[in-house]
Ligand binder design. Sequence first.
Ligand code: FES
Length: 102
Amino acid sequence: MPLITITKEPGEPSVVVEVAPGTTLFEAGAKVAAGISTSCVGKGTCGLCRVKLLAGAESLNSFTDEERKHLGNVFHLTKVRLACRTVVGATDVSIEVVRKRK
Ligand code: FES
């Protein structure tokens, strides 16, 4: 089963969680209390559950219409996706939780 490495805060040690293929990154984050932002709780409507891909993008589903609506067409630059719309495939993925800047 794929391993998801999650960095909750830049510069802090990561946590690793094993998930079944078909699990979303939002669900993976919830397993380890990663603190991924949300107000819609995984329905793809709030646009808050942003994570930055550090490795393993090839394991994931294609960028979705909901992501395009909330994030625009700049994935190739930002590497940011919506965790609840991003589904893990067969191989490992590494992400960093994107925090709202205050
Ligand atoms: S949790 Fe709201 S869009 Fe992902």
